[in-house]
Design a protein around this ligand. Structure first.
Ligand SMILES: [Zn+2]
Length: 306
């Protein structure tokens, strides 16, 4: 596939450029928006700030594409993403599919129904990414149904799948095995949040299957030793020949409700990667050429599923 889907339409792959492969603009849980006294997200403010943040990254660091990993049931808002893309001039790729929380309404539906719903969603809105989530050791019957439906949709749509996994319980292997057994090609799969693990053997086991890994929890909150440790680990992965399967990002957002107190980020949350993470990686011996491979070539290959 020589193209990728953005919220403003299909683009040829040479327009992808420097990409943040797993971030969010906002995450919230829509059903609670009907509660009268809920503190609602100020959408106009989220649009204004997000567009300014992305425009700054484009002008200062050459960012061209932002992949929003928010699926249908965690507050995805396509109109909001379209407006931010128009204002910032940055390509935004939106996600379909489902996060891992149990949805009784969906559990009543068949796999085929869920698959058709996701295919329609993607085709009607030029969605570029499918999202799944596994946060327990193994998929239970509900998660299995969602996984099977998204895998069926993937084969019809021919777009990649990103899977939220929990590296602390090392369930990325079970998640990868499940989708591969459903017949999805390994090169169409990214196992997310692998940077949460310090266990290289766990990460190698996923990489050996041919999947991409999301090295995408490079948060600012990790403390003084966190980034040097992660940079050294990434250097080791590159040394072992896996530099072509790593995707770096921060998994951060502008509006967050998945935390004790909801907030709008008043400073650019996405800039940390450019001002702190990348310099730390360069100090650890990762070359500019390797960083270009990771941020430009790997992201393009991930979308082309090669
Ligand atoms: Zn995420």
């Amino acid at each position: 596939m020589e193209y990728f889907n953005t919220v403003l339409g299909r683009q040829s792959i040479d327009k992808l450029g420097k990409t943040l492969p797993h971030e969010h603009i906002c995450c919230y849980y829509e059903p609670f928006y009907n509660i009268a006294d809920n503190e609602h997200m100020d959408k106009a403010e989220v649009v204004r700030l997000s567009a300014a943040y992305l425009k700054h990254l484009k002008e200062t660091y050459g960012l061209t594409t932002f992949v929003d990993g928010t699926p249908i049931n965690t507050g995805r808002d396509l109109n909001l993403l379209r407006e931010i893309s128009r204002l910032s001039g940055v390509n935004i790729v939106a996600s379909s599919g489902l996060y891992y929380q149990y949805e009784p309404m969906l559990n009543l539906k068949s796999e085929q129904y869920l698959c058709d719903m996701i295919v329609r969603d993607c085709e009607q809105s030029c969605i570029g990414m499918l999202k799944l989530g596994l946060d327990s050791q193994k998929p239970d019957s509900y998660i299995q149904k969602v996984f099977k439906a998204v895998c069926m949709a993937q084969k019809k749509l021919n777009i990649p799948i990103y899977i939220h996994t929990n590296a602390f319980i090392q369930n990325g292997i079970a998640a990868a095995d499940f989708v591969l057994e459903c017949g999805v090609a390994p090169s169409a799969v990214t196992i997310g949040h692998c940077s949460d693990s310090d266990d290289n053997e766990y990460i190698y086991e996923i990489l050996k299957k041919g999947c991409y890994i999301g090295y995408d929890r490079l948060y600012p909150q990790g403390g003084e030793t966190f980034l040097p440790r992660k940079a050294a680990q990434l250097a080791e992965l590159c040394k072992m020949g896996y530099g072509n399967k790593v995707l770096i990002s921060q998994d951060t957002l502008v509006y967050n409700e998945y935390c004790p107190v909801s907030y709008i980020q008043q400073t650019n949350p996405y800039e940390h990667l450019f001002t702190n993470v990348i310099p730390c990686m360069e100090n650890t011996g990762i070359t500019k050429q390797q960083l270009h491979q990771i941020m430009v070539e790997n992201t393009a290959n991930m979308f082309m599923m090669i």
